[in-house]
Design a protein around this ligand. Structure first.
Ligand SMILES: *[C@@H]1O[C@H](CO)[C@@H](O)[C@H](O)[C@H]1NC(C)=O
Ligand SMILES: *[C@@H]1O[C@H](CO)[C@@H](O)[C@H](O)[C@H]1NC(C)=O
Length: 248
């Protein structure tokens, strides 16, 4: 898969004079679009009230000035060999930081936890619905397909988009609508950057439906709660009516 990486790293250094409305800004950018970082360019800009007056481009290798003040100071900066050397070395810092970002964030992968379960059982001519859920994976790109007896199923599938959990991880859910046949093997196939090969998760029809038992437990809890609070209320009422007020 060919992917185009484009990153723009900004570091701001700003000075604001709120009384007179002056705004001085220094902006450093590391620009690159290739994975090997060979096209890295470092841009260092000096900006006053939105006007860029000094500009360093690592490909050019020296400061360039715009406006009279900018031209004068760019020449002054270029006369300072130590400063120029430091500025030229910053493109290597860009590469160093970008490599760290690749290894610490972009290239990291986390395997999804995959579950296949029944959403609806088949009744007469009504199709059955299965759901294949993938949780807590990174990065976002994932492919979920279904197989019946080792062959990919065409149609009958709907997938949600990859949903961000808000903690760098994603989840996705794929539904399959199908007419069950005896002796068949249905499985969910997941392809993800964290896997060396597509992973197959078989649907086991003998597994208990956990949703139903959860609902049953919840319902019994609710009934028990109502009974106990009713008993408590009746007890309280009885006690309250039985109390005799004695004047002091
Ligand atoms: C930096 O300078 C090179 C050479 O002049 C130019 O091709 C490139 O577009 C400049 N980069 C930016 C971001 O302006
Ligand atoms: C930069 O150096 C040149 C040559 O030494 C000198 O003529 C010029 O005045 C210097 N410019 C500034 C702004 O310091």
């Amino acid at each position: 898969m060919a992917r185009l990486w484009f990153c723009l790293l900004l570091e701001f250094c700003s000075m604001l004079d709120t009384i007179n409305g002056y705004y001085n800004e220094r902006r450093s950018q590391c620009l690159y679009s290739s994975r090997d970082l060979n096209d890295m360019v470092y841009i260092d800009s000096y900006i006053f009230n939105k006007v860029e007056y000094i500009w360093f481009n690592s490909t050019v290798g020296k400061f360039q000035g715009y406006t009279r003040h900018g031209i004068y100071n760019a020449e002054r900066f270029n006369n300072d060999t130590a400063l120029l050397q430091r500025e030229r070395a910053d493109v290597d810092t860009c590469r160093h930081n970008a490599r760290n970002r690749y290894s610490c964030i972009i290239d990291k992968t986390v395997e999804p936890q995959v579950m296949v379960k029944s959403v609806k059982q088949s009744h007469g001519s009504q199709p059955a619905v299965l759901m294949c859920s993938a949780y807590n994976f990174y990065p976002k790109f994932i492919k979920v397909t279904w197989m019946r007896n080792g062959k990919e199923i065409e149609g009958g599938q709907t997938s949600t988009e990859e949903m961000a959990d808000g903690d760098w991880y994603y989840q996705t859910h794929s539904h399959l609508e199908y007419m069950p046949e005896s002796g068949e093997q249905i499985s969910c196939v997941v392809e993800h950057a964290s896997f060396k090969q597509p992973m197959e998760y078989k649907w086991d029809p003998s597994a208990p439906a956990p949703e139903r038992s959860k609902i049953a437990i919840g319902a019994s809890g609710l009934v028990l709660g109502i009974v106990l609070s009713a008993a408590g209320f009746i007890y309280y009422k009885k006690k309250a009516t039985g109390r005799i007020l004695v004047p002091t």
